[in-house]
Design a protein around this ligand. Structure first.
Ligand SMILES: [Zn+2]
Ligand SMILES: [Zn+2]
Length: 263
């Protein structure tokens, strides 16, 4: 499986890619193109185009959770697909996998909605909505986790956050959106669903900005115990958290256009 970061908060130094405070990955095998999150705007589409990646062939879209920095870009993709259909271009069928609460209002501290900013029902013209709390295997090796049980307490008020996990030959590759629900909860459930203990890589947003240093160190000790080979905290992971976590686990850089490959 090939993973390409279509958009991240970091534009990197190596390619002419754009960045925004959002996240989107494209996962590809020989048969499927799976989009994991859609960023905040149409930047993920523009970056994909620059890299020669054709998003019209996307077969499945997974939304990690409802926050607009992961879902608002879906509106732009919907517009693109509608224009193509209007121009007589046929499209492969496309499904959206997410938790049933993904499109519910998500209010921030100022009572502003930071969830999906449009009417989700409008998506049904183009996409099949597969909203479920159960794990779904999208390929024989890639699973959408559905609702994640809470073993470790966290402050996230919603239960819509999920993740996707690829079962590579050397261990799990866990892809996360923001990890509001707690990285420990996601990892423990990923291990349970896949019946695999080894973690080859973890990539995605790890939101720790509001956590005390003690809490970040607690996570660091947990991560060190897992012996994760490749740790790629990106998107919403702030510098302080990366510096603290780097005492426990080697931190690797991520940016728009960054690629990984797993067998
Ligand atoms: Zn979020
Ligand atoms: Zn986010």
């Amino acid at each position: 499986m090939n993973l390409t970061v279509l958009v991240d908060n970091n534009a990197g130094c190596y390619q002419n890619m754009m960045a925004e405070p959002g996240l989107s990955f494209l996962l590809e095998n020989d048969y499927q193109k799976i989009l994991f999150d859609c960023g905040y705007s149409d930047i993920f589409i523009k970056n994909a185009y620059k890299m020669g990646l054709d998003l019209t062939e996307v077969t499945e879209i997974v939304l990690s959770h409802g926050h607009d920095d992961h879902t608002a870009g879906l509106i732009k993709l919907d517009i693109l697909y509608r224009k193509m259909l209007a121009a007589g271009i046929s499209l492969t069928s496309k499904s959206i996998y997410a938790h049933p609460d993904v499109f519910e209002l998500k209010l921030n501290a100022q009572k502003k909605n930071v969830g999906y900013p449009a009417n989700a029902a409008d998506l049904c013209d183009i996409f099949d909505l597969e909203l479920t709390t159960s794990p779904v295997w999208l390929t024989p090796k890639l699973v959408f986790l559905g609702e994640i049980p809470i073993l470790y307490k966290n402050d996230y008020r919603y239960s819509d956050e999920s993740a996707v996990v690829y079962k590579a030959s050397e261990g799990l590759v866990i892809m996360v959106g923001c990890s509001h629900i707690g990285l420990q909860n996601i990892i423990e459930y990923a291990k349970k669903v896949t019946k695999e203990e080894r973690i080859l890589a973890l990539i995605g947003g790890v939101f720790l900005h509001d956590k005390t240093e003690y809490k970040i160190r607690e996570l660091g000790i947990y991560l060190r115990g897992l012996n994760i080979k490749n740790f790629y905290p990106c998107h919403c992971c702030d510098l302080r958290s990366k510096i603290v976590l780097s005492e426990y686990v080697k931190i690797r850089e991520v940016y728009s256009g960054f690629k990984l490959s797993f067998d």
